[in-house]
Every structure is written in C-alpha cells, then in structure tokens.
Design a protein around this ligand. Structure first.
Ligand code: FAD
Length: 449
C-alpha cells in the first residue's frame, strides 16, 4: 500500500505525519480522542500539551536549545506553532497550550496529503508502513499488541503532573515577580517560605494521603519527575535543593533570598493561570488543597487542575529499534515519541520528525536518514537504538548524551559555558551541512524519477 499509517495524533504523531506528507506521502493519521479518552488529555485537539506549557530552555548554549534549533532548521510544524503561540517565560520557550493545539490541528486538517481518522487502533496493521506514536498513555489494547510485537512483558512505570492555579487567587502582596538570577525579567511568581513555614509545610506534606496505585504491584517512578512527596521523604532539605530552591530569587520585601521558594510559571497569554513548577504529586485532591494552601501566597489558591499520577508506557527501544526509528525485525514499522524512551515534549517531536521523514523515504525507495552524530537528534536516536538495555530509562536531551568535544577543542576553551556554546555551534554547523545534502539528494532523486 502506498500510504503511511500514523497511530497517535500527539506531538510526535503530528510531526511525523507532517514530515511524511511534506515529502509527498499520503498519510492516514489515527487519533482515538474524543472517541476514547486518555487519563491526561482534556480536549480532542491534536498535539495537546498535557502538563507544563514549557518546552524548556531556549537559552543558546543549552542542549535543549540545540534540539529546538535543529527542528526549526528542519521545518518542524511543532516548532513553528510554538513560535506563533509563545508566551513570556524567561529563558524558556513556553506556549499558550490552547492556541498551540488549535494552530497545529488546523494545519494538519487542511494538509492535502493527510487524512485524520478518529479511531482507537487496537492492532498493528500488518504489512503497512506504520508509525506508532501513541505516547506514554497508549491505550491498553494497543499496549498488549506492542508487548507481543516487541517481546516485552513490562512496559510501564509512573510519572506525576503539577497543579495549575488561578492567577487571581494568588496573593501577590506575598508572591513576588522575578526570574531566577534575573534571567527573563518578571516571568515567574515566587512564593517565599521562612524556616518555620517550610518546616510546617514539610511535616504536613510527608504525612498527607496519597492516591493508591492500583494497577501494578511495583511502583516505578521516573527519577526526573518524582512527585514532591516522594522527594520530601528523602530528607527534610531535599526540596530546598530541588523544586523549592531559593537561590537566585531575592524577595523585594526583605532584600534577601528566602529560606525556600515555590515558583509559579505563567500558563497562557492571558496570564490568568499559573502552574507550580516541579510540584507534580499524587496526593488526594482534598489533601493537595490543604497542604499546598500552607504555602505563603497560596492560602486562597483556586486549583484549576490538581496534580495527578499517570502511567508512562515505553518500549525497551535499544532491543528492537534501529537509529532510523524502524524496528529491526519489521522495517516497515516505526516508533516515535515518548514511547521510544525519550522524555519530554521536544524530544518526542524530534523522534516524530525522524520517523516521519524516514517512513516517507522507505516508501519512495530512498536511503533512510541517520541523523548526524554531533546533533541532538542524532544523540537521541543513538540513545534509543543503542543504550544499555538493562534498566533502560527515558531521557531528556542533555550534554551527557551529546558527542563530546575533542580533547584539543575542550582545551581551547576554559569555561564550561563556553565549551557548551562551542559544542552547540559545531553541532549546528554539522546539522546545516547535513540538511543541505539531504534536501539536495531528495531533489536529485525527484528529478531522476
Ligand atoms: C500527564 C503527563 C504529563 C507530562 N508532563 C510533561 C511536561 O510537563 N513536560 C514535558 O516535556 N513532558 C511531559 N510529559 C511527557 C511527554 O513529553 C508528553 O507526554 C508528550 O506529549 C509525548 O508526546 P507523544 O507524541 O509521544 O505522546 P502524546 O502527546 O501523548 O500523543 C499520543 C497520542 O496518541 C493517542 N493514542 C493513544 N493510544 C491510541 C490508540 N490505540 N489509537 C489511536 N490513538 C491513540 C493519544 O490520545 C494521544 O493523542 C508528560 C506526560 C504525561 C502523560
């Protein structure tokens, strides 16, 4: 069949569909919402952002910026939508989630090569070129099919999401506007705690009731997204060195850094909602309200969304995937997005970009792409296809994944920050050259045909 089936209209699925369709493939994009819901999505829009509205740092010299920049230079539909719907967030790239999803949905709906089908896929279509991009909340029926396909019997672990608060319920005579170290102006609201308030909060948090996890006996949390109550149980100061760290935040009322601080990030352009940065949790809703309202400035907080737990489904990719995002045993089946074991919105988009471009190339009989080794997309593809399979854990893009500088290059710059800037510059140079040759080869092939 001369068509690509993309399963899942989330961040990875829309990027994959868009890239494949832009290369001339006909794409059928299956999205189960609103026919079947997930525990986290709230709308029927494609590319719905389920939790924080931040796509993380866009500061030059950060690994996260490199990843975004590669995608921008590769005509990513998601990065274009992010630029159109951006909201102020200091050095981070944050979006108005509603406008973002509307924008992408409209683009996909009107692409002449894409047909959207609102249906749950429960088995993997045999013999077709397919991209599985069903994300961390893949429906149960399909999860079991994927288990059969990959030979895995355990694809789950747990993550938690952060609460969102109505702006007009935050006491702004206490919460002060500032970004850490003054980076980005007044984009965050910060609730300061003194030692006594912190001790009281800590005591109540560690004794509050959590929602029991019913489905699986063993609770496997992802370390980078631990619920605050789990973090707190590691020691009284753990939060002060984590999501409640006060460094770089000066309370204008005292002229000093507080003992601890809670940061709230603007959620939308209207600035009528703020999310609690790093405050993902799985406390019962009543308990959340009671405990979080102990934070100075949040005494009358109105919660637009409470923190929640959610399942995270991912395959042991290095066992089954090649760096092209194809299954080694079934080269017509691609995986993309969080289900491959990358973590994060932009990381998921990146894997969608690669899978979409390669699925179209497979149909056209062209050589498949391996992203260049220095690039962030190359680093993620390398990770999902060749990381250690024992204890395989989802990752964000970081410098630890990127190809290091040579010894001479590293020696030529002293400061760590300058080394990172150099690494990003070299990676982007390589990326530009590669994109140029990829586009050139595609044009040559199109002419030859
Ligand atoms: C609750 C939650 C909070 C998160 N918070 C953050 C965060 O704050 N920051 C961050 O960077 N990352 C976060 N993530 C992680 C991850 O980056 C996002 O989940 C991201 O959306 C993953 O993109 P994706 O395209 O792989 O999956 P999704 O965006 O979830 O898209 C998958 C799509 O597939 C559909 N689908 C599922 N099963 C089927 C089926 N059988 N048939 C048809 N359609 C199906 C779903 O409805 C969904 O629309 C969070 C994840 C979850 C679940």
């Amino acid at each position: 069949m001369n068509e690509i089936t993309v399963i899942g209209g989330g961040l990875a699925g829309v990027e994959a569909a868009w890239q494949a369709a832009s290369l001339g493939a006909r794409v059928r994009l299956y999205e189960m919402r609103p026919v079947k819901r997930t525990p986290a999505h709230r709308t029927d829009k494609l590319a719905e952002i389920v939790c924080s509205n931040s796509l993380k740092s866009d500061e030059p010299g950060s690994a996260s910026h490199l990843l975004k920049e590669e995608l921008r230079r590769a005509d990513s539909i998601v990065m274009k939508a992010a630029a159109e719907t951006r909201v102020p967030a200091g050095a981070a790239l944050a979006v108005d989630r509603e406008r973002f999803a509307n924008h992408i949905t409209a683009q996909i709906e009107t692409h002449p090569n894409i047909e959207i089908v609102r249906e749950e896929i429960t088995s993997i279509p045999p013999g077709e070129t397919s991209i599985i991009a069903t994300g961390p909340l893949t429906s149960d029926a399909l999860t079991f099919e994927i288990m059969k396909l990959t030979g895995d019997d355990q694809l789950y672990f747990y993550d938690a999401i952060a609460p969102i608060i109505a702006a007009d319920s935050i006491d702004q005579s206490i919460a002060f506007k500032a970004a850490r170290y003054g980076k980005g102006g007044d984009d965050y609201l910060n609730c300061p705690l003194n030692e006594e308030a912190y001790a009281q909060f800590y005591e109540q948090l560690t004794n509050a009731n959590s929602v029991p996890l019913q489905r699986f006996e063993e609770t496997r949390w992802f370390e980078a997204c631990l619920p605050i109550e789990e973090l707190a149980r590691r020691g009284i100061d753990t939060l002060r060195y984590g999501p409640m760290k006060p460094v770089g935040l000066v309370d204008p009322r005292t002229g000093r850094e507080p003992y601890a601080a809670v940061q709230l990030r603007q959620e939308n352009l209207m600035a009528d909602a703020y999310s609690m940065v790093g405050f993902q949790n799985h406390l019962r809703y009543g308990e959340q309200a009671r405990v979080l309202q102990l934070i100075p400035g949040l005494e009358h907080a109105e919660f637009l969304q409470f923190g929640q737990i959610h399942r995270n489904t991912y395959i042991n990719s290095p066992r089954v995937l090649a760096a092209t995002m194809q299954m080694r045993e079934h080269p017509n089946i691609f995986f993309a997005g969080q289900i491959t074991g990358v973590e994060g919105y932009v990381e998921s988009v990146a894997m969608g970009w690669l899978a979409g471009a390669n699925a179209a190339r497979l149909l056209r009989g062209e050589e498949l792409l391996i992203a260049p080794p220095r690039s962030a997309i190359g680093a993620l593809a390398r990770y999902v296809s060749s990381a250690e399979t024992k204890n395989y854990q989802p990752v964000n893009i970081t410098f630890a994944l990127l190809e290091p500088l040579s010894r001479e290059q590293a020696r030529s710059v002293k400061r760590k920050r300058d080394r990172h800037l150099l690494q990003v510059r070299l990676a982007l140079e390589e990326w530009d050259q590669w994109m140029h040759s990829v586009r050139h080869d595609s044009q040559q092939l199109a002419v030859a045909k």
